[in-house]
Design a binder for this molecule. Sequence first.
Ligand code: GLN
Length: 540
Amino acid sequence: MARTPRLSSKFVFITGGVVSSLGKGVTIASLGILLKLRGLKVNVIKLDPYLNVDPGTMSPYQHGEVYVTDDGAETDLDLGHYERFLDISTSRLSNATTGQIYDAVIRRERAGDYLGATVQVIPHITDEIKRRISELARAEKNTDIVLVEVGGTVGDIESLPFLEAIRQFALDVGRRNSVFVHLTLLPWVGKAGELKTKPTQHSVMRLREIGIQPDILVCRNDQGIPKDARAKIGLFCNVRPEDVIDARDMDSVYEVPLEYERQRLADNVLDKLGLKARSKDLEPLERLVETIRGLKGEVEVAVCGKYVRLADAYKSISEALYHAGFELGRKVRIRWVDSEKVTAENAAETFAGVGGILIPGGFGERGIEGKIQAARHAREQGIPFFGICLGMQVLVIEYARHVCGLKNANSSEFSARLRHPVVDLMQDQRGVKVKGATMRLGAWPCVLKTGSRAHKAYRKEVIQERHRHRYEVNNRYRDALAAGGLILSGLSPDEHLVEMVEVGGHPWYVGCQFHPELKSRVMRPHPLFRDFVRACMRQA
Ligand code: GLN
């Protein structure tokens, strides 16, 4: 077994029990910001137990959105929570899946690196998991604390190697350098009029069976934990009552950090790690909560896509809209519109009363004609419009068809034989057969046209934004589109790729090939979202 090298950082391991979807990502992001506001440098890694190498090949209905990092990794959406709350940029080192771990081990075995050994889950898989945690810890200088989130629920077969790996890791770095936080659920049984602690006890038992004694329990519940229940959880789970955090449902996730602060979560973690805060300034968090509570009035924005049944499929989009609303003092309400249902006949009714329409990214033909109708309606009725990635491609198709007179213009993603493929496969995507991690991914520069809306929003000429696509505006149609009045407002520095377009003489009608929502931060909204929401407010 490989020993973990000496590391200067300390570690907080977060596991989840009882049920999934308890909000581990938000818990970690909240603890992270409390530590950051104490002057500590925090980094974070999410360990995902599924066998996919990354979530890039999964349906959003399986997994929610795919979050793309600057360095082009397709990762878990929890990285979005971390980036938005902590205002950091993560990298591919911040997400490891079972698929990646096995892939690395099997490659090594094929290369003959294990020198005749039988390759096994313990120690080879667990060593690779530990290596990934150490790698992240060493990636940035002076990282004080690494937050390690283990995906899945304790008791799953899949997460066992990860739990075994963090148990060993804590032993390697020393118990004084590691803290185990376990997130559970306390269900309320109405008939008995009681908050039930048994599922939490069982979940902790499972953890203890594999050698992990949680130090802190974060217990989700809907109406608060009575004193006697807290004492009981402490007694049965072998923690002090003050190590039981009452994580009751809050009005908004942005209030969670201050609630944890009231319960001394961050100080408790620091005490256990033998660390001291360098400074402490919680003002930004207090200001944020005050801002959210003080929002006046609403602006409704339609988001028109095909995965609208699952809000997590567009998590970063909705967050980016809310962040813009925070800065502008207005609550953004989202009207989810299923693109498959939009037609020329019902567009007026479907979008009646909205301040603006946003079409997010997506893949495949389903719902495309509805999106084209939505873009047309917005353009013709002067409704602010924001097309992101596939949304921009839809904007271009609509403009080509109805303004430039290019009949049946479309994207070659949706039809092989097209007279006017105004959106086409990128040159370097031709011949790419493998689906995983082969799109144009990660941050790329883009040069903005002086005086364009894009330029006004960013207030700079060269920007860096994150991409995830295979198709682009077809350069053969640039002249026709420009002649029809479409402004090509952002180009790649070599001018080969159209990255932004807009329509003049309209309140706000902008498309971008990249995903600006991935760079919006809770306390630093994205300029394009800010200007879009401002236009929506004027419209409403
Ligand atoms: N399907 C389109 C492409 O591959 C758009 C991708 C997206 O919206 N992320 O180019």
